[in-house]
Design a protein around this ligand. Sequence first.
Ligand code: 13P
Length: 249
Amino acid sequence: MRRKLAAGNWKMNGTTQSLKDLSALGSAHKGSGVDILICPPATLLAPAVQTVSRSDIRIGGQDCHDQTNGAHTGDISAEMLVDAGASAVILGHSERRADHHETSEDVRAKAKAAQAAGLMTVICLGESLLQREATNTLDIIGAQLSLSVPDGATGENLVVAYEPIWAIGSGLTPTPDQIGEVHDFMRTRLERRFGAGVGRSVRLLYGGSVKPENAAEIFAISNVDGALVGGASLSAKDFSPIISALEAS
Ligand SMILES: O=C(CO)COP(=O)(O)O
């Protein structure tokens, strides 16, 4: 049975002030039946780890380099994330694919390094509106999935997040049928590539305008094992009811 996962991606948001919300979230969901992961900006990794030390929240990075160390100004390695106390990393977010020209091959190399360092990788996939309107969403997702995910997946080291680019920060969400179609497809592809046991153990998250108001409906969809939440993960007031909806699902 897959354990549900509520993941928050703070993106380039948050200061030490935000740790108060993290602390409140930890108290509100102590002993939760679902996994909770918060990925703050790199500047807050170490204090965030400190803040959640007596709660059940785990802390993750938002990206890592594919090398262990070296002359890569501004980058962070998977080993450095581990050293800071992180246990997971988001990779291949569409914002990084766009802003930093990351390809699926780049994402796979980063994921390989992160998994070797012992991190759980949350690998993001998603189509643009143009691609969806051309009705080849599953082709896009299939290609991103096979190219971005390295060999050697397990239920512990891999989480896949389906984040339609047009749904991120827009207030738009796909219909439950559209989400279900992509999630069922990803499940089948993972089972085919890694075998039924591993394929069924990898958690699949939906991301894109998840809010307290739509969370329960999204969590009822087949093969949705949780959410990767952006804006609504920044405050305990908004993220806590989303976690509660997942706990109740
Ligand atoms: O990109 C996202 C999470 O990684 C989703 O962002 P929003 O929840 O703000 O739409």
